[in-house]
Design a binder for this molecule. Structure first.
Ligand code: FE
Ligand code: CA
Length: 541
């Protein structure tokens, strides 16, 4: 695990930690904000109420003591909330007056941050508040687990440090586990390459009344400095400082910050949070230190997301889990990147190599796959939603063109999951994915490569927020038009998908913008499709 250097300031830091510990009495620090806080291994992102103590829920009077005066506003990366439960939500910020500089412009010392949660935007009715520790070990990030909240309720939150107050954000809890909610509205989004464009789609998403956003991966891109629309300005990150600076650049975008302020988010990651098309412990480009690099990237991911997780402590980082919306829907938030076997056929998109259809590599890993099947088998949720990074549908054009990074490249593992869905007679299964920078909606058959097999699910492929279209998008669009299962396809537009879920139907609205070349752009819903309860797949046109 890569850690920032600390030799220059042990005495000062130890003194401050002791003073903080005495003042705040053991349990008052936020999860991950301090090496002294035991946040446990929560793993799942929200399927249990017996979460380990992630701290942060104190209402003790903050005793900040003598903190250095900050040079300027430390809330340049905004605020966020995520991983909601019926009684709690995670609040996030990171103190970074100058986020593109080493250390974010912060003194290498812990800071105490005050947080407040209110029922109103004016913070006239503060229901809980406390302090949290922003530690340089984790880039002065703050993760607060606010507990004892009411289910199915909206709140406002903000942070204060020194003379600075953050923006206020809206967040909410999920319905009680035994609740029978009538509706859920959320958006799926992914792939927001800075160099390819602006996150203009979020300007439209902000106008929707969403309960949460599920982000499907490629929150940031590790690629080189320059790009067609904007420049990263720095070379490809290889260590913790590089990844922090990259997140600093991405999270500085006002369009993205404003959407985080609107509602809680839940997260998957994909490849670019580490390296393009890496597979488990295997890098794309030969790198004997890849696991060290990956651990640095995973730590930076933790530092910049409102995760209900302890910070990573080794090479691996279990982020998969579930999100329940009463009995209306359960989301399995999958990790198809960290535990996968290597891509087949040297990961060369095309007609592939011999017997690629028989490759039985895993995409989920044995443990996650068993966990998913157990969860699906015992689930009482009306809608069963598999959210994953990469496209599930068979789109290999009869083997003429196979993308070995998506489920097409792991055909035996895919068919095993389909066979399970069939054997268990699972109903109301929705698969949500991203990665390809195209928008698409289609039916999933019981036999992946048999267009005439019975429909067992629907897949919704979310186009990118800003990442550029695939090469030869127009030609691919023409090919896809010949695929019987695909009901909607757009190979060229940026945007997101908004989902309106009821006890009768799932409404899919594909929102696209004209261009991501500018911070704002006209946009509209280009396609609306439905899945009816009890009827697998999309409603016939
Ligand atoms: Fe992407
Ligand atoms: Ca990807």
């Amino acid at each position: 695990m890569t850690r920032p250097p600390r030799s220059a300031w042990p005495n000062r830091r130890q003194f401050l930690l002791q003073a903080l510990a005495a003042a705040a009495a053991a349990k008052s620090v936020a999860c991950g904000g301090s090496e002294t806080s035991d946040t446990g291994d929560t793993g799942d992102t929200g399927d249990t109420s017996d979460t380990s103590d992630t701290g942060g829920s104190t209402t003790d009077t903050p005793t900040t003591g003598e903190q250095p005066v900050l040079p300027s506003d430390p809330f340049t990366l905004g605020i966020a909330s995520g991983d909601p439960l019926p009684d709690s939500v995670i609040l996030w910020t990171r103190l970074a007056p100058t986020p593109l500089e080493l250390g974010g412009g912060m003194p290498p010392e812990p800071f105490t941050v005050t947080w407040e949660v209110a029922t109103d935007e004016a913070f006239g009715d503060i229901v809980t508040s406390g302090t949290a520790d922003a530690d340089p070990t984790f880039a002065h990030s703050v993760h607060v687990d606010v507990t004892s909240l009411s289910p199915d309720s909206w709140y406002w939150y903000r942070f204060k440090v020194g003379s600075y107050t953050s923006a206020a954000g809206r967040t909410r809890t999920t319905p009680a586990r035994d609740a029978k909610p009538e509706t859920l509205r959320f958006a799926s989004a992914c792939c927001q390459a800075y160099t390819d464009g602006y996150p203009a789609a979020y300007v439209h998403m902000q106008k929707e009344e969403l309960d949460f956003v599920v982000f499907l991966g490629d929150y940031m891109y590790e690629g080189a400095a320059t790009g067609p629309v904007r420049s990263h300005g720095t070379p490809e990150p290889m260590d913790i400082d590089g990844y922090r600076a990259r997140y600093g650049l991405y999270k500085g975008q006002p369009e993205l910050q404003a959407m985080h302020q609107r509602c809680p988010w839940v997260f998957l990651w994909d490849d670019h949070e580490v390296e393009n098309n890496y597979a488990g412990e295997l890098p794309q480009a030969a790198d004997p230190n890849f696991l060290v690099r990956r651990a640095a990237a995973y730590q930076a991911f933790y530092e910049h997301m409102p995760l209900r997780l302890a910070p990573p402590t080794g090479a691996d980082y279990k982020i998969y889990g579930t999100l329940d919306w009463g009995d209306l829907a359960t989301f399995w938030l999958l990790d198809t990147r960290q535990y996968r076997d290597d891509q087949n056929c040297d990961d060369m998109p095309g007609p592939g190599c011999a017997d690629w259809q028989k490759y039985d590599g895993t995409l989920l890993g044995d443990e996650q796959e068993a966990w998913l099947e157990d969860g699906l088998q015992s689930s009482a949720a009306l809608w069963k939603v598999l959210t994953n990074q990469v496209v599930f549908s068979s789109v290999n054009f009869g083997g003429a063109f196979v993308n070995f990074d998506q489920w097409d490249g792991y055909p035996v593992a895919r068919q095993r999951l389909l066979d399970f869905i069939t054997a268990e007679a699972l109903e109301n299964v929705i698969i949500i994915s991203g990665d390809l920078h195209v928008g698409g909606v289609g039916d999933i058959g019981a036999i992946a490569d048999d267009e005439d097999s019975p429909v067992v699910a629907a897949e919704i492929v979310t186009t990118s927020i800003s990442s550029a279209s695939i090469d030869d998008a127009e030609a691919v669009g023409g090919l896809v038009a010949g695929l019987k299962r695909i009901r909607h396809f757009n190979a060229i537009s940026r945007g997101y998908v908004s989902h309106e879920v009821t006890r009768a139907q799932w409404k899919i609205s594909c929102f696209v913008i004209d261009t991501a070349d500018t911070p704002t752009s006209p946009g509209s819903v280009e396609a609306t499709l439905y899945v009816d309860v009890g009827v697998p797949g999309l409603r016939p046109a």
